[in-house]
Design a binder for this molecule. Sequence first.
Ligand code: NA7
Length: 545
Amino acid sequence: MSEPPEACDVVVVGAGFAGLYAIHRLTSLGYRVIAFEKGDDVGGVWYWNRYPGARCDCESYYYSYSFSNELQQAWDWSLRYSEQPEILGYLRHVADRFDLKRHIRFGAPVTRAEFDEQSATWRVTAADGRSAEGQFLVTAAGCLSQIQRPDIPGLDTFEGRVFWTAAWPKEPVDFTGRRVGVIGTGASGVQAIPRIAAQARHLTVFQRTANWVLPARNARTAAEFNAWVKANYGEIRDKCLNSPGAVPFEGATRSAFDVTDEERRAVYERLWGIGGMRFFSAFTDLFTNPAANETAQAFVRDHIRAVVRDPIVAGGLIPKDQPIGVKRPPVDDDYYETFNRDNVELVDVRAWPITGVEGHSVITPEAVHELDDLVLATGFDAMTGALLAMDIRGRGRARLAEHWSQGPQSYLGLAVAGFPNLFTITGPLSPSVLANMPTAVEQHVDWIAGCIGHMRREGLRAIEADEGAEQAWVDHAAEVVSHTLYPRSNSWYFGSNIPGKPRRFGVYVGGFSNYRKQCEAVAQRGYEGFRFVGGIGRERAESVD
Ligand code: NA7
């Protein structure tokens, strides 16, 4: 017989960046928290994505928590863009420093979460039958955590070794002397390919869609820089809170056409030299004006042609019909150079789709590729996948999957109509993956903590997003993105990588700072757009309906 549910105030799902901060913040406020985590340790995406080259594309000094000055003063980052082991080490340090593990049930993927209207509580159950019951359910399940398995005939029968970038073994993998194939050239494939190429006898890169890859300019952080960061954290965090991407940089002030061709090129050269996503701070209209975007594309095309010696390979690596930036651009220092190696081959699986896997071979209409190892960097069911992998039932046992059958519906990316007392950290239709994640996570958790505190003070037992407010937010998010170039690409932002997934842009592109202010205004106006049900310490509960 399974154990009775553990009683708590808040059930949290996930123990990555979001879950750890939620646990810390809520327990600090005196709430009892039980968290369920699929992995056997903390870390979330930084626990699972251990592939060679796995690294954050945001710089570490701001891709980090701000909630504790002691923590930020104690921690030194060794690289500008930290690699997975260091980020996982940081999250482990956070879990130990704030004694968070005692609240976490590890090896416990949640399979079911059900809201009980009578008691206004959530019952959350993990795959092994462990369960918890609490007034609130806070999901911290990740935007890119549900692996998407490609529909390649015979994949399961491959007779060599198979590795998934997003479920990489804990032990180091040696590719020395081996013939390796990598399927996928998104951010994960692009980071892994140079590392694998440096070891393997032969590497075949199966590319379906070429991506615009930006240089990282990764380097060790100098002691003086770390000292400067520590002395200026207040200002750095403040800039993050007030920027569209939750990053501490100034945005663009001019259109690409406010300058001469030479000046424009100089701006691109300078930002290309700095590296990373800062390239997009060149001009205000890169994401709204196709002609402005084309100037950036032309710059990067020239770069690819200059680096990659074989013009046919260079041509294959240049994205076609895809504005730069509207599909998540990978960031890497060695990617294009890797295609100059004699042991690396680019295979165009747009022109020649993989028809199947047989024995040790990946087969396309053009060739049979004999491999010892296959690496799948084929992406995720983004934004909604991890939430829908749990059977979440709201009022009247309504299924979240049903409510989202036409695409994600959410108020502020935080709450869902029909699902009282459920909060989704960096949920669909919040800035999430288009904002620096730790800043976005802290903003959501702080808002949720404020809301729970309000409810406790007022004796309110349930909160629910109003259907009208939810629809207005969905419409607003769609309206904002319609003025950008994002709709000109098929990407996981839209769910386009998942067969049959409704096409809806899953991210709020109105900018993080603007979004944060909207969330604050909603709270200040007495949680406008939400309905509450009283009852705690009162004679009679009102009906939610
Ligand atoms: P992505 O960005 O979704 O990349 C997945 C890649 O795999 C992409 O190049 C896909 O091509 C390719 N893919 C997927 N299925 C297939 C099949 N069946 N055949 C060939 N190629 C395929 O995932 P990542 O893990 O790289 O990055 C996700 C995010 O994690 C990243 O943006 C960061 O935010 C962190 P497609 O483009 O769909 O044609």
